[in-house]
Design a protein around this ligand. Structure first.
Ligand SMILES: Cc1cc2nc3c(=O)[nH]c(=O)nc-3n(C[C@H](O)[C@H](O)[C@H](O)COP(=O)(O)OP(=O)(O)OC[C@H]3O[C@@H](n4cnc5c(N)ncnc54)[C@H](O)[C@@H]3O)c2cc1C
Length: 220
């Protein structure tokens, strides 16, 4: 796999708003090769601040997408949203090994657990391997954070809303994991904020999952 360090020119192709604070940023792929689960570091110019963003799109297109939530008072997430098609980006990467072991095999069921934009690597995986046997549990506040829900087969995507009553489960993701009788998976992948990940890991361990079956990607 090639690692690209500032050798290619990247430009914004599109910014697609998903709700008031979250958007999908698309840029040209250039010669970048990546695997689902990897992330890129994005900045507006080479010398300025960069932040990590998991790749959201599948590996087959001629573009790369990332899913970004604007953080209050955040530096980069808010600046990127103001860009226009044709504007330049500084991209480093891809980096990381999250999902590297998640290969679609007919006998391997995968459990994906995400909070908020932590759904991004699973979206990339599902776009790349639509035939994979996975179940995705998505912890969000309100249903408007069920990003591109219609991209997933209905039986595979399950939302847990901590506010409002329009989720598949109305309550916190961790409460759902405690109560649910989810079919056991071969491997479990957790992505998002650290408190969700630590709490979910404790629950999964108590349910009998071994350490070597659980993989994590912490955003903040
Ligand atoms: C491997 C990796 C992959 C990531 N992938 C994504 C992704 O796909 N999409 C995405 O939106 N973010 C992702 N992040 C988080 C992202 O890198 C930035 O931290 C985030 O966009 C905030 O950057 P900022 O410059 O706007 O805020 P800053 O000026 O850096 O300040 C951010 C402050 O908010 C906190 N913070 C960071 N992210 C959040 C959040 N989502 N909600 C609330 N508080 C937060 C930080 O801890 C910090 O205190 C990822 C992080 C890592 C380490």
């Amino acid at each position: 796999m090639k690692t690209i360090e500032e050798v290619d020119q990247y430009v914004v192709k599109d910014i697609r708003d998903l709700n008031e604070s979250t958007y999908v940023l698309r840029f040209n792929r250039g010669i970048m090769e990546f695997k689902p689960g990897q992330h890129v570091n994005i900045g507006i110019n080479e010398k300025g601040e960069h932040r990590e963003y998991s790749i959201y799109s599948g590996t087959h297109g001629d573009y790369v997408e990332v899913l970004i939530k604007e953080v209050d008072d955040g530096l980069v997430s808010r600046r990127l949203r103001k860009l226009k098609p044709g504007d330049q980006l500084s991209i480093r990467g891809p980096f990381g090994f999250f999902l590297a072991d998640a290969k679609p095999a007919s006998n391997e069921r995968l459990l994906f657990v995400a909070s908020g934009t932590g759904i991004a690597p699973f979206h990339s995986f599902m776009r790349t391997f639509p035939e994979a046997d996975y179940r995705l549990i998505h912890g969000i506040r309100n249903i408007d954070e069920a990003y591109d829900k219609d991209h997933y087969k209905e039986s595979r995507y399950f939302s847990c809303t901590s506010r409002g009553n329009r989720g598949d489960y109305n309550g916190r993701l961790t409460d759902y994991l405690l109560e649910a009788e989810e079919e056991k998976a071969e491997k479990v992948y957790l992505c998002g904020n650290s408190s969700m990940i630590y709490d979910a890991m404790d629950i999964l361990r108590a349910q009998g999952y071994r350490h070597d079956q659980i993989f994590t990607e912490v955003y903040f």
